[in-house]
Ligand binder design. Structure first.
Ligand code: DGL
Length: 269
């Protein structure tokens, strides 16, 4: 048993989609969340900058007595996971591995689409993992940079979003992919729109949900789950406005954020 919290970070609010899954699948686990809202987006930045930010995010979370770190951000996991894993002793889990494994498992034709930020797509992280698992699997990747601002502005079920999604997803339709990895924290909020366009036979993989499942299995194996009766504590930290985090955060978390949110200076770490 291990009642220490799990540390989770993301470039901003999007990582709360993974936190939502953690809260659901691991209801006794305490969580310390850091959202780098002052420096979001990561998805359009250089690998060097993303890596520097990820090191700072990890160093900040290490101020807490945490048992594990989850990089909820698709871009940060794609670009900097290996570098931080080498540097720090604590287990650090990204979102790519579990989502790639699930995609290969459920894909009937081994014809897998990947959507994400420009940073994630440029990194080739998902293709690499998929090919490691099944070298015969075909992959087709497409960056969807407008999805993040659309979601953050609340354009979830909107005509504009539908038109843009049609444009982005058309090449994947032409390739007849049977599975799509929604490789960015924000995309699960567009699941309905993506499903409508791709058709109901296409599997949609949510990396946050798959990672939460994996973490549950890992903690169980290592006997590191929190006690069954433990009352979880949630702490939130941001690097910009607390008000907008509390307001917009509930969209991603699908519930009100009642706990206190604290602003920190991430450049100090
Ligand atoms: N959290 C990022 C991701 O999952 C999306 C937002 C950003 O570009 O920072 O890739």
């Amino acid at each position: 048993m291990d009642n220490r919290p799990i540390g989770v970070f993301d470039s901003g609010l999007g990582g709360l989609t993974a936190v939502k899954e953690l809260m659901y699948q691991l209801p006794n686990e305490s969580i310390v969340y850091f959202g780098d809202t002052g420096r979001v987006p990561y998805g359009t930045r250089s690998n060097e900058t993303i890596t520097k930010y990820v090191f700072q995010d990890v160093r900040f979370l290490l101020n807490f007595d945490i048992k594990l770190i989850i990089i909820a951000c698709g871009t940060a996991s794609s670009v900097a996971l290996e570098a931080v894993k080498k540097e720090f002793d604590i287990p650090i889990i990204g979102v790519v591995q579990s989502a790639a494994a699930k995609a290969v498992k459920v894909s009937t034709q081994k014809n897998i689409g990947i959507i994400g930020t420009q940073g994630t797509i440029n990194s080739g992280s998902y293709e690499r993992k998929i090919k490691q698992i099944d070298h015969l699997a075909a992959t087709f990747a497409k960056a969807c940079p407008l999805f993040v601002p659309l979601v953050e502005n609340g354009y979830l079920d909107h005509e504009v979003t539908r038109l843009i999604a049609q444009e982005y997803l058309q090449p994947l339709k032409e390739k007849h992919v049977d599975t799509i990895i929604m490789g960015c924290t924000h995309y699960p909020l567009l699941k309905r729109t993506i499903a409508d366009i791709m058709g109901e036979n296409v599997n949609l993989i949510d990396p946050g949900a798959e990672t939460a499942k994996y973490v549950k299995k890992l903690l169980k194996e290592k006997d590191m789950l929190a006690e069954a009766g433990a009352k979880p504590k949630y702490k939130y930290f941001v690097s910009d406005s607390i008000e907008s985090f509390s307001k917009l955060g509930s969209l991603f978390l699908e519930k009100k954020i009642n706990e206190s949110v604290e602003k920190i200076d991430i450049e100090k770490y």
